[in-house]
Write a protein that binds this ligand. Structure first.
Ligand code: ADP
Ligand code: FDM
Ligand code: MG
Length: 212
């Protein structure tokens, strides 16, 4: 009379610069997996609804200031406070799609070129967080991104910062395994198809290796 064994859910991370199409694609992927009958959740970081998230939100909107290290640790803490619930969902068979994760965390902080905030320093508080099964990096040129509207008013939405962020994303994803680089300059549906294919092969891989 025991319940049938459930396959664990996948942890799918979507990364990229502002206006790469992350949020649109996360929604489309959620809907597509859900239509296939999978349990699926879409979450995003920063999660601005928690007490820590509210500090982050006011920092990003420029209504408060924080030391570079301090805000970095708050972004990480904002992931740690959700980590247990991600693990629980995955264990129970729910696939979790995450809009930005540790990669944004390290890259945006290191892009500030603060001499005591290296990429290596920035990685430390991320160690031990739920490990993504796949990371989809939505790669877009500055020209294509510009066509999707101008910069917003938030702290990192300027050319200098975005240029450094782009270079650092490239640096870390060259060394990273399990990352699919997606050409995000294509049509919305074209990108969505490429993402669905990458996710489908990730799930085949997980089944083949008996991922637990
Ligand atoms: P992000 O979450 O990465 O900042 P969004 O999904 O919010 O990006 O998309 C930013 C803007 O670009 C939105 O107006 C969206 O409708 C548009 N957009 C998203 N993907 C594409 C695409 N492939 N082609 C053209 N416009 C797009
Ligand atoms: N960001 C996001 C960070 O600097 N560190 C992080 O850990 C995360 C998750 O916050 F500029 C930055 C990236 C971006 C901003 O924007 C959040 P969106 O529009 O909510 O994704
Ligand atoms: Mg978004």
């Amino acid at each position: 009379t025991s319940a049938p064994p459930t396959r664990r859910g996948a942890l799918i991370v979507v990364e990229g610069l502002d206006r790469a199409g992350k949020s649109s694609q996360c929604e489309m992927l959620r809907d597509s997996l859900s239509r296939q009958g999978q349990e699926v959740k879409y979450i995003r970081f920063p999660d601005r609804t928690t007490p820590i998230g509210k500090l982050i939100d006011s920092y990003l909107r420029g209504t408060s200031h924080q030391d570079d290290h301090s805000i970095h640790l708050l972004f990480s803490a904002n992931r740690w406070e959700i980590a247990k619930s991600i693990e629980k969902d995955i264990t129970n068979g729910t696939t979790v799609i995450v809009d930005r994760y540790s990669y944004s965390g390290v890259v945006y902080s290191a892009a500030k070129a603060n001499p005591t905030l290296s990429l290596e320093w920035a990685w430390q508080p991320e160690i031990g967080l739920p490990r993504p099964d796949i990371c989809l990096f939505l790669s877009i040129s500055p020209e294509e991104a510009a066509k999707r509207g101008g910069f917003g008013a938030e702290r990192y939405e300027n050319e200098a910062m975005q240029t450094r962020v782009r270079e650092l994303f490239r640096t870390i994803f060259e060394k990273q395994q399990d990352v699919s680089i997606i050409d995000a300059g294509k049509s919305i549906n074209g990108v969505a198809q490429e993402i669905q294919d990458a996710v489908a092969s990730c799930i085949v891989r997980m089944d083949a290796t008996g991922a637990l």
